[in-house]
Write a protein that binds this ligand. Structure first.
Ligand code: ATP
Length: 196
């Protein structure tokens, strides 16, 4: 699996629609300070479901929408789509190519899609479990984050190893099952009360 392309429109400094095409191997993005290099990484983090404006270096989520310049009016929505080559089926879906997209309007209305079909954020999160991709995955290491990993709490570091070991989805499923069991136990107490 590899990242084939990123399409960006109205996201941060990218007012116009832009398509970044990547090929196998390493791609470097270079440019002067403030030209938008980190915004490309932010776009990937955002489309994977980032909910924290702070992680995207903004104060509120609306800050991801192109805010205009002296020469150009603001736009009404931000859109990002990433396309991954999935011919090795590293992602657990039948498609050889997977496109994940997110759009948000100034009203706050937002939509996610996988291969053109509307979906929930949860579907995107689950699609990328244990791949290292995802808003909490280790595939996006931002400026200063290496330091955070090295000086972080053991539990936080453990999360990275769990993701690399591919056991996150089982841990999440276990947590959900334990919660359900707990609810059922409470229901049983209620039933026993009624019976007695
Ligand atoms: P550096 O090399 O200093 O790390 P960089 O190339 O990574 O810089 P970014 O931090 O990605 O640059 O981009 C910052 C630029 O993006 C700034 O010029 C900022 O004005 C612009 N920008 C961020 N959000 C918006 C927005 N919502 N609308 C318009 N421009 C924006």
């Amino acid at each position: 699996m590899y990242l084939k392309s990123i399409e960006v429109q109205g996201f941060k400094s990218f007012a116009n629609k832009i398509l970044f095409d990547f090929h196998k191997g390493i791609t470097g993005i270079v440019g002067p300070n403030g030209s938008g290099k980190s915004n490309v990484a932010d776009a990937v983090r955002w489309v994977l479901g980032e909910q924290s404006a702070k992680q995207l270096r903004g104060a509120k989520m609306e800050d991801v929408i192109f805010a205009g310049t002296q020469a150009r009016k603001p736009v009404g929505f931000a859109y990002v789509a990433i396309t991954l080559d999935n011919s090795d089926h590293a992602l657990p879906v039948d498609y050889d190519e997977v496109t994940v997209s997110r759009r948000v309007y100034r009203s706050g209305e937002s939509e996610y899609q996988i291969n053109g079909n509307g979906c929930r954020l949860k579907d995107i999160t689950e699609l990328f479990y244990d791949t290292g991709i995802g808003k909490e995955g280790y595939s996006i290491i931002g400026q200063g984050q290496i330091d955070k990993i090295l000086s972080g709490k053991p539990e936080e570091r453990r999360e990275l190893f769990d993701e690399a070991a591919g056991i996150v989805k089982f841990k999440r499923r276990k947590a959900a099952a334990v919660k359900k069991l707990e609810n059922e136990r409470n229901n049983l107490v209620g039933v026993n009360d009624i019976l007695s």
